[in-house]
Ligand binder design. Structure first.
Ligand code: TRP
Length: 327
């Protein structure tokens, strides 16, 4: 029996931060290490083309994303790790899916509506058809489960619809996909703790996995903990949650002090900075090695992963071409 295929991807639009880690990457590593799945993880560089990054920055961040995934525990021996654009079949299948997807369904997508407002300089067609490419990413490998955050659930429902529209027209072929919603902590921004931590908010708002211990402490020192209108301070709750998840041994003491109203936020920030810096100590070293490695270990890993993904992708596309009458 072959193992169920699980796939997920991440856009190379900035260094990974601790919200990406707790919300996604850490879960992927757990799925990988369970040995129960055939796991595919990729850098969604074609998706990143819909944003406003420069070409040089994009080129750099694609490699950074791959290096960070490996440094965080994605083991290329266990997981098929690859760069989306290395597999041209993603774009080909996305085109075919465009032709079975009603455009009105794409205008309904929340992420498209949000981006049309927030990225008003460049509302390109790729932003609209973004979820069609995402459906191709998933179905190209006949994945049945996709670990994603809540914000991606609508896209996965569309993936399921696209598979159905295709199957209805051309015959039963693509499987049904389910989002794999794991119980992940919601990490908030440091300076605007009512918003989710996100690279789009800006540097001071996120702690990157690659930040050195001094930078982590500096950022935390500026983090908002103040209470507003007597409500429990969301910033303080966020820092406590992070201490819990980054294994601060003194978490219980701080949690008690917080309830008793005797908590010293300076001490909490210090303890948290140490816990985060320790968690990623080995990560920082491995990441740097991969990025300045002269033997091109990273390129070799991506070549092997790409070749493996390509074999699976070619097989699907060959069958799809026959089904739709392109040969
Ligand atoms: N849209 C996803 C995000 O922004 C990234 C992504 C692209 C993805 N293709 C995917 C995730 C396929 C899961 C499966 O987080």
């Amino acid at each position: 029996m072959s193992k169920p295929v699980i796939i997920s991807g991440i856009q190379p639009t900035g260094n990974l931060h601790i919200g990406n880690y707790l919300g996604a990457v850490k879960k992927w590593v757990e799925l990988q290490n369970s040995g129960k799945y055939d796991l595919y993880i990729f850098v969604a560089d074609l998706h990143a083309l819909t944003g406003n990054q420069t070409a040089d920055n994009r080129r750099h961040q694609i490699l950074v994303a791959a290096a960070e995934l490996i440094a965080a525990g994605i083991d290329p021996k266990k997981t098929t790790l690859f760069i989306q654009s290395h597999i041209p079949e993603h774009a080909e299948l996305a085109w075919i899916f465009n032709t079975v997807t009603p455009v009105a369904e794409l205008y309904r997508m929340t992420q498209f509506k949000d981006k049309s407002v927030n990225q008003d300089k460049n509302i390109n067609t790729g932003l609209l058809t973004y979820p069609v490419l995402q459906a191709a990413d998933v179905l190209l490998y006949k994945a049945t489960q996709v670990p994603v955050g809540l914000d991606q659930v609508q896209h996965l429902e569309l993936t399921r619809d696209i598979a159905r529209w295709f199957n209805n027209r051309y015959g039963e072929f693509f499987p049904e996909v389910k989002p794999l919603l794991t119980n992940v902590p919601k990490v908030m921004s440091l300076l605007e703790p009512t918003k989710k931590m996100s690279k789009s908010l800006g540097q001071g708002q996120v702690i990157e996995m690659a930040d050195d211990p001094d930078t982590i402490l500096k950022k935390l020192k500026k983090a908002i903990t103040a209470t507003e209108g007597g409500a429990k301070a969301p910033g303080a709750q966020n820092l406590l949650l992070l201490l819990e998840h980054f294994g601060g041994s003194n978490y219980q003491d701080f949690a008690k002090a917080e309830k008793a109203g005797t908590i010293q936020y300076g001490d909490l920030k210090q303890a948290l900075a140490e816990a985060i810096a320790d968690t990623f100590a080995a990560f920082r070293v491995r990441r740097q090695k991969l990025l300045d490695n002269e033997t091109d270990e990273l390129a070799a890993i991506l070549k092997t992963g790409g070749a493996k993904a390509r074999r699976a992708a070619e097989k699907t596309i060959a069958e799809v071409r026959t089904l739709v009458g392109l040969r």
